[in-house]
Write a protein that binds this ligand. Sequence first.
Ligand SMILES: [Zn+2]
Length: 273
Amino acid sequence: MPELPEVETIKNELLPHIVGRRVTSVTLFWEGLVRQPSVKEFYSRLIGQRLTGLTRRGKYLIFSLSSGEVLIIHLRMTGSLLLKPASAEVGKFIRAILHLDKETGLHFRDPRKFGVMWLVEDASIIVNKLGPEPLEAGFTPQVLAQRLANRTAPIKALLCDQPCIAGIGNMYADEALFAAGIHPLRLGGSLASEEVEHLHQAIQRVLWSAIGNKGASVDSYFRPDGALGTAHFQFQVAHRLGGKLCPLCGTPIERIVVRNRGTYFCPKCQPGP
Ligand SMILES: [Zn+2]
């Protein structure tokens, strides 16, 4: 599933190609992609608009439009946005195409069809419940400590909880907890302030490193030009199936399920609660 580094990479790589482009038409092969407004209204309000900007909030992509409205896209489990020439064939699993002027098109590829698009007047309607952005200056160890204080959920679940902290999902939560030496089942409120500081540092380091490697292509994540990210080659524990050993101590990596999420950790480097 695309997380903050994947969505940030898509935003960075699309931005120079789409700002200033006009949406000349829209093709929906899967109308279920459009959550809001109606499909009919989606077409009429989007076609003819110019894309004036693109930002990311959590795992959401926010396209600003010349009308002042915003098109918001969440890629969910398996979505990718591919930038193609107008002459390109429609590939497998393409659920929508935004046809742009200058002979380009934005193809929404989504094998499992969980992706969502909204066209709304104000992005806050969709993203107002998100927690702080972990790479912004305002996200200090103190802010993380406040988010975790008195929480009785496992730290793994809290890191993946978008209202608690935005943008982190299964892969980067596992990587950050390993880097900080914290067991995924430790309760959020049980972390000592020194552990919170280590975790804060680990979150930022893991996310920046993954952005530098253009995201992780463990399943169906592609960059807009169709290339793969390489962040998963740096993974220490996440998705390390089949008796892989901890890179630090050589203990076999274990997999447990935390709130329905497959969770990888080293039982020695991340001692149990
Ligand atoms: Zn270890």
